[in-house]
Design a protein around this ligand. Structure first.
Ligand code: C5P
Length: 398
């Protein structure tokens, strides 16, 4: 799958740079076209001559070629790449990438890259375990970058711990998997519902829930990064998409959300129902504020809201993919399967309120994916940005 792919290989100044030579050789052997971009300190560890001989291209390090004044365009490099791989990635480069410190060609190319980015950290165990590195890697993950976790073992310092750059063979395998899974949604229209709905009682009060929209917006960002044309129909939330190009239609009630979805669904290839839609709405919302002084506590009469997922499920055409969520407290898998069938979904994302740090308002989630064909896959607790990637990759497989 790597044949003909443009790989921008970033090399930084760490001992593991010697492994980049093998990585470069393996990529070229698989038919990839590789352009090396190296940091000034990277050149202290491995010579550009070796790298250019193996890649068949001059190695880029500086913004200009000193004697000719030729400018190297990081923008062109960023656009040229089908994937950027930074291996080894030192703590310093990771920090610069996380915070946009664009003082060399590697970081400027990274900031201009439109393609997926894979980062293989390599450093001493204490640097790896430092909260600063952990935070910076979290930031990079939240930008949608793929972190190729370092292994534990003997390090250059002779200390033993986590920080060894992943072996080149494995990095090539990860890239190959990425391209063979066809994680591209170019040309696909994706509709996502997100957040809670508010059902008006009177002009100042509503029935709502604790949903913050974080999961839905993370899914929208992940889909956009895969090249999809994304529209979020969103209940009242304070989050916004990170990716430019994600369209947001704001609604308040389940009825409004349903109306927008019915308009968009016929043109959509994929619909992901992550909103926590209120099941009931006040039957008779008041036009003026209900006064406390009014003798007896008022009684709220409720009516059922439309089930948006089920409504779309009933209208689903062959080829359209519909995904729902199930937030359960007991009999999780069984209840999720029932919902999958009754709403005519292709996949359901199950999360349990029994799991700590999963569900409403958290930055992490722990999910199980269940498909209509009966496949089940459980995932560990992860940041919502990564959970969103897992969900979108599974959608691609569907
Ligand atoms: O039946 P339950 O509410 O647990 O189902 C959850 C799934 O159905 C979620 O995907 C949610 O977005 C969707 N749903 C909906 N409209 C409703 C209720 C739930 O789209 N009225």
């Amino acid at each position: 799958m790597l044949s003909g792919k443009h790989i921008l290989l970033g090399i930084t100044g760490g001992i593991a740079a010697y492994k980049s030579v093998t990585l470069l050789r393996l990529l070229v052997k698989r038919g990839a076209e590789v352009q090396v971009v190296i940091t000034p300190s990277g050149k202290e560890f491995i010579t550009p001559v070796t790298l250019s001989a193996l890649s068949g291209k001059p190695v880029i390090c500086d913004f200009f070629t000193a004697n000719t004044g030729e400018w190297h365009s990081h923008v062109d490099l960023g656009l040229w790449a089908d994937a950027m791989v930074i291996a080894p990635a030192t703590a310093c480069t990771i920090a610069k990438m996380a915070h946009g410190v664009a003082d060399n060609m590697l970081v400027t190319s990274y900031l201009s890259a439109k393609a997926p980015v894979f980062i293989a950290p390599a450093m001493d165990l204490d640097m790896m375990a430092h909260p600063s590195t952990t935070r910076n890697l979290e930031l990079l993950r939240s930008y949608g970058n793929h972190i190729i976790e370092p292994a534990a073992g003997e390090l250059a310092s002779h200390l033993v711990g986590k920080g060894r750059m992943e072996e080149p063979e494995r990095i090539v395998e990860i890239l190959d998997d990425f391209f063979s899974a066809g994680h591209s949604l170019k040309g696909k229209k994706v509709l996502i519902t997100a957040g809670p709905t508010y059902e008006r009682i009177d002009p100042v009060r509503f029935i709502g829930n604790f949903s913050t929209g974080k999961m839905g917006y993370a899914i929208a960002d992940a889909a956009a990064r895969m090249g999809a044309d994304v529209t979020v129909v969103s209940g009242p939330v304070s989050v916004t998409p990170k990716e430019t190009g994600v369209k947001v239609i704001r609604v308040e009630s389940a009825k409004e959300m349903c109306g927008e979805c019915l308009t968009l669904f016929p043109e959509s290839d994929i619909a992901i129902m992550s909103a926590a839609v209120a099941d009931y709405a006040p039957a008779d919302p008041r036009q003026s504020k209900i006064k406390r002084e009014s003798q007896e506590p008022p009684v709220l009469h409720l009516v059922k809201n439309p089930d948006i997922a089920a409504t779309l499920g009933a209208r689903k055409r062959p080829g359209q993919i519909l995904v729902g969520f199930a937030l359960e407290t007991d009999n999780e898998a069984e209840n999720a399967r029932k919902k999958l069938l009754s709403k005519n979904l292709d996949m359901i994302v199950l999360n349990s309120l029994r799991d700590a740090d999963a569900g409403f308002g958290t930055d992490t989630n722990k999910i199980t994916l269940i498909t209509a064909s009966g496949q089940t896959a459980g995932f560990p607790l992860k940041p919502k940005s990564e959970v969103a990637e897992d969900i979108m990759k599974a959608v691609c497989r569907l």
